[in-house]
Design a protein around this ligand. Structure first.
Ligand SMILES: Nc1ncnc2c1ncn2[C@@H]1O[C@H](COP(=O)(O)OP(=O)(O)OP(=O)(O)O)[C@@H](O)[C@H]1O
Length: 364
């Protein structure tokens, strides 16, 4: 990391005009081609001021490339990126007023926590007395008030991550970029940090773009999620819409578990007539498992029921997951564990039923 960055900064009048506290971002037909590989292929996307948008997708789908294009670490092969209406294609990364948090935190190892936070303020020419008070306030905000004089190596992973977020926010940039920010943390800490990041987002209101391959993280943090596949946008939606109404089989399978009811040997009852090229999908938690002789439910007229044989039952703390053979198909059903609930073992016959309105149709 070049600590003499200041010497390379452009004169004040050259600096991209200071943007308001939070910014609108637009990708217009952006592509990034590496030889025969289109890492990002003609993506268009608009992010509102203050929005928390997560880019989600499998490995190699172009998530990091999209973020690096926005950060200015790489230039598009085609298309344009606009921040608050202004093209930034010609603006180098150090002049795009953005806070960035990497999975590896990228803290300066030879600077104390205090100096790590002070660095972006110094780069912006903020005077020493103001810097000290801002650093103090920010360290207190991330509950690290006592840790200013420590070196990064003397902090836990979660604490280092909080320093990295604090450093990204301290200069009040309009945009915050998070690249797998919680990837290096264990599960409990990750959940705790998700809450902290959400709170910081609410408090600071920065337009935030986060890259992750962790579905739960995406669902928890985001106002909207972009699902990428092979360099293209497969679907953009709110977490709930994406999970509950995926448009394609890829999204249904990528975000959680899905029963794709294709070539099953029972007729799927639905109140909606699917268009051609669509297949039926049912989320496992929408299926109820009961004994074959169970009394008819009050809403039985709105439900479809089938009988099957339990293949497998997995207990996972708050959830119990069944794999049930129904004719030639295997359906997955997931139940929240509750007291007094009947538990079924492999080989037992069960009835599965679901609301007809819970059937979704996704592009095959
Ligand atoms: N500098 C590069 N040169 C050549 N190909 C590249 C380069 N950077 C990325 N790619 C290719 O572009 C595609 C998208 O890569 P990218 O890193 O954006 O994916 P990703 O979704 O972030 O994956 P991951 O979750 O594994 O980080 C991949 O096929 C990758 O091999």
């Amino acid at each position: 990391m070049n600590l003499n960055l200041k010497n390379h900064l452009p004169a004040e009048d050259e600096v991209l005009q200071k943007l308001p506290d939070t910014a609108q971002i637009e990708f217009r037909n952006v592509s990034k081609i590496y030889g025969a590989v289109a890492a990002v292929k003609d993506i268009s996307l608009s992010v509102s001021r203050g929005e928390f948008l997560t880019i989600l997708g499998p490995s190699g789908s172009g998530k990091t490339t999209a973020l690096m294009l926005l950060a200015g670490f790489t230039t598009p092969t085609g298309g344009d990126i606009l921040i608050s209406g202004k093209s930034v294609s010609e603006v180098p990364s150090y002049r795009r007023d953005q806070g960035i948090v990497f999975q590896s935190y990228a803290l300066f190892p030879h600077l104390t926590v205090h100096h790590n936070l002070e660095f972006p303020l110094e780069m912006r020419g903020i005077k020493a007395s103001d810097r000290a008070s801002r650093v103090k306030r920010m360290l207190e905000r991330v509950r690290l008030g006592e840790f200013g004089e420590r070196m990064p190596s003397q902090l836990s992973g979660g604490q280092q991550q909080r320093v990295a977020v604090a450093r990204a926010l301290i200069a009040d940039p309009p945009i915050l970029l998070l690249d797998e920010p919680l990837g290096a943390l264990d599960r409990n800490l990750r959940e705790q940090m998700q809450v902290e990041i959400k709170e910081l987002h609410k408090e600071f209101g920065k337009t935030t773009i986060c890259v992750t391959h962790d579905q739960e993280e995406a669902l928890t943090l985001s106002d909207r999620i972009v699902v990428m596949r092979a360099g293209q946008i497969e679907q953009i939606d709110t977490p709930e819409a994406l999970y509950d109404r995926p448009k394609t089989r890829f999204v249904a399978n990528f975000l959680g578990e899905a029963n794709i009811l294709e070539s099953v040997d029972f007729k799927i009852e639905s109140d909606v007539v699917p268009s051609s090229g669509m297949v039926s999908m049912l989320r496992p938690e929408r299926i109820c498992v009961s004994v074959p002789s169970a009394a008819r439910r009050a809403d039985a007229d709105h439900r479809q029921s089938v009988s099957g044989i339990v293949d497998d039952m997995i207990y996972a703390g708050p959830l119990r997951k069944y794999r049930v053979r129904v004719g030639n198909a295997t359906l997955i059903a997931r139940e929240h564990v509750a007291s007094g609930q009947q538990v079924f073992r492999p080989g037992e016959e069960v009835r599965l039923d679901w609301l007809r309105s819970d059937i979704r149709f996704v592009a095959a």
